[in-house]
Design a protein around this ligand. Structure first.
Ligand code: KG4
Length: 339
């Protein structure tokens, strides 16, 4: 009998539902929330209200596109955390209620595991070239920057992580300081393509092991900018491309140096990248260059699977289903990392 998993994602500001049948993606619907743009960041209360409005139509649409009736589902998988508590509660409650009403198991998914296992999403008419175990995954998003050692689908270990800000958070904050709006990542990426990455130097952290830190860079960017603006009030207008390119180059350099160290120490050449910041072209180019220079086999996700989506949650749910890793109704959502 086929295994059909419905995945539900609501950890931040995207409401998403996806259906996977025997490991193959049948549908992936994402409703993004434009309401936050006016505020320069995600407003938690608005996010959870928008999830409440979106969750039923999004799930309905995912089932419809997949050609699956809800009675055919084998299990319902959902993001249990980490994320915004109000947002998580909507998806978690809906998923648990649906699973109970259908009498099928519920599967809790760690959002970060979902990002890593996005590399195993297999969709009709799409290339499928997943990493081989064990591999390293650089997980970079708005809330996390981690190096994860992935031994198997359901066996992964965080070996390094940020001790303060995440890479995406640093990009978003610097972009906000430059008046470029939210989210800053895509704008910085676009501007950086036209700028000189060596134009400016910002401070880099000296942290032992495989951990990251981005708060010093953020402060260095802010203070440098303040000084330059004193001499030229239009400094940002005149130099935004070079500023974006130099900021991006600094962040990519910080990310790649720790990843290189981990790959060397652990003698692993299968290296993947995941999370929202993996959409960044500078980072993608750095991965390709490392592949050539260090003989790495690199895995870069399709753009649509870099940001929050339920396909990765359904995929992770599928692997947990195969291992019979189910959850119970009393397991609550969690806002912070549990691994
Ligand atoms: O994984 P994600 O969608 O959400 C979570 O944080 O879970 O990541 C969002 C982050 C934001 O900080 C956004 O600015 C960044 O990913 N981002 C990018 C790009 N696209 C999105 N950063 C750099 N370059 C991009 N092209």
């Amino acid at each position: 009998m086929s295994i059909i998993i419905l995945g539900i994602e609501s950890s931040c500001d995207d409401t998403s539902a996806a259906v996977i049948k025997d490991g193959l993606l049948l549908s992936n619907v994402v409703a993004s929330q434009a309401v936050h743009e006016a505020y320069g960041g995600v407003v938690p209360e608005l996010a959870s209200r928008a999830h409440q409005q979106n969750v039923v139509p999004v799930v309905h649409e995912a089932l419809k596109r997949a050609g699956i009736a809800k009675e055919q589902l084998s299990a319902v998988a959902f993001t249990r955390g980490p994320g915004l508590m109000g947002s998580l509660l909507v998806g978690v409650s809906f998923a648990k209620g649906l699973a109970c009403s259908l009498g099928v198991p519920m599967i809790d998914v760690n959002h970060l595991h979902g990002h890593v296992l996005a590399h195993f999403i297999q969709a009709p008419d799409e290339d499928f070239n997943p990493p081989e175990f064990p591999f390293l995954c650089l997980l970079v998003s708005g809330g996390n920057s981690q190096i994860i050692l992935v031994n198997a689908y359901n066996d992964m270990k965080v070996i390094g992580q940020t001790i303060d800000d995440a890479a995406g958070e640093a990009i978003d904050k610097c972009s906000k300081v430059m008046g470029l709006g939210y989210p800053g990542g895509p704008v910085i990426d676009k501007l950086a393509r036209q700028g000189n990455p060596s134009a400016y130097t910002f401070s880099k952290p000296h942290i032992p092991g495989y951990d990251y830190s981005f708060s010093g860079l953020k402060t260095s960017f802010l203070y440098s900018l303040r000084e330059w603006l004193q001499d030229d009030p239009d400094f940002i207008v005149h130099h935004k491309e070079d500023l974006a390119a130099s900021l991006e180059a600094t962040i990519v350099d910080i990310l790649m140096s720790k990843l290189r160290k981990a790959a060397k120490d652990l003698n692993i050449r299968e290296v993947a990248v995941a999370g929202g910041v993996s959409a960044n072209n500078g980072l993608r180019n750095a991965f390709r260059e490392h592949a050539k220079k260090y003989g790495w086999k690199v895995y870069i996700p399709k753009f649509g699977y870099t940001t929050d989506n339920a396909a990765m949650i359904a995929m992770t749910g599928y692997f947990k289903y195969l291992d019979k890793q189910f959850c119970t109704i009393d397991m609550p959502a969690y806002s912070r990392v549990l691994i």
